[in-house]
Design a protein around this ligand. Sequence first.
Ligand SMILES: Nc1ncnc2c1ncn2[C@@H]1O[C@H](COP(=O)(O)OP(=O)(O)OP(=O)(O)O)[C@@H](O)[C@H]1O
Ligand SMILES: [Mg+2]
Length: 464
Amino acid sequence: MFKTIKYNDQYLAKILLKRTLLFILFVMTVLFLPWYWSIIRLLYNQWQVGAFNQVNWFMICLPLVISLWVLGYFGWFIPWLYRVYALDHDNLIAHYLSSIEIRQLLSLLVVSKGFYDTDSDEKGQYVKYFPKIRVKFLFKTGQLMIEQPVDGQKYMQQFSKGEFDTAVEIALLADKQTTEFAKNKMTSTFAFEPIKFRRKLLELEARKGVLQVAKGIDWKFDKFYNALIAGNVGTGKSYTMFSIIGQLLTLTKYVDILDPKNSDLASLKHLPELEGHVFSDVNDITKCVADYYDKMMKRAEIMERKKSKGVIGSYFDFNFAPSFLIFDEFGAFTEMGDSLPYGSDERTNFDLAMSKMSQIAMLGRELGFYILIGMQRPGTDSLPTSIRNQLNLRINMGVPTPEVKRMMFPDTQKEFHPLSNDLKGWGFIQSGNEEVRSFFAPEIPKDFNLHEYMREQIAKREVA
Ligand SMILES: Nc1ncnc2c1ncn2[C@@H]1O[C@H](COP(=O)(O)OP(=O)(O)OP(=O)(O)O)[C@@H](O)[C@H]1O
Ligand SMILES: [Mg+2]
């Protein structure tokens, strides 16, 4: 159900607190009425017999003291519910409290942005125009829908340009997912609990051309070809890659994995099913890149021949399987390559591999030869712009530094905040020019065994 935001909602929590306290005072007074009555009678009797100085004033004041004490307690307890309870509970009370807080915040945002008008008459100032904003909570999915006016009024453009949305994102640490325009209004949907969109590794299901990342966030690799996963040490790049590789292996056997740092991914070379597809030595890597390139060019030739007969389409129209080159620690690779002596065979091969990488990044899309690069800092010194510009799915694990943000998401206005202090495996993702979204990477279980998992994924493909 949508709730309209009003000017007075800026005091919603305060009003609610006052009303609750008044209500409690009222209830206590009614409950204590017999007590008060007996006190009055006692006082009257004492007064009549002239023994007023023998009255026990403490007992007389006791009901009042109790009422004040209970009021004081609730005066502390209710704010505590907002501050502490609502944050780490997921029940009706917690939902009710957060809906109050959010409505209050939305009203405050309208006021602080000045998207309303006042006027005054002899009685004083009054609110002449307050935009028609309505909000709906979807607690189950951790979403919030905010309907905003696009109705020709004075502040229409600020709303339609997303200024209010940006303020909501910052104030609520929420993440805008979609905006839909209808007659006289637009409705933006926000996720204010991104963790509710997290998928579990073992439940991921790849479909043709589509890999799952989080609920509502897929990597459609035919459309947003090539991916880049950046992020500081230990933020979850390699784990995110596991979830992608695992899904790819259910779709195609053409997955090559390169890991010059010889870490987790490289261990896959011990899996017989992946023999000849996993490399960590620099020379093996340059050779693998060259082979990948050659295979791509071969497919280009075949497709060219078909096309010369008038057949049109992309690789999938010709029933070719997609191929993937997964390249973790790309920065380490370029560093190693740059330190090779000029003129040596190794150096020549490295330089060739780098230029082939650019070619694959550029030409691979039509041919179904994709690349996925993982690295800590995607600066031009380690990732040539010719490659970077062709990486259409951008993922940054953790909060990027301003410099990395400019490299990864140059056009976004979004402010990035940490999604969790204790959990790993979250970050920010952008497909093409769509909105940057925060997300949790698929959750990898604690007792996870990389080899077993990949073996099972491969088996799924063989069955299909
Ligand atoms: N999706 C996830 N699910 C569960 N745990 C995760 C996830 N992502 C990361 N972690 C935790 O964070 C740790 C570091 O993750 P990972 O090795 O993927 O980081 P990285 O960015 O590749 O680091 P490096 O730069 O050192 O290679 C993991 O060992 C794991 O404990
Ligand atoms: Mg890693």
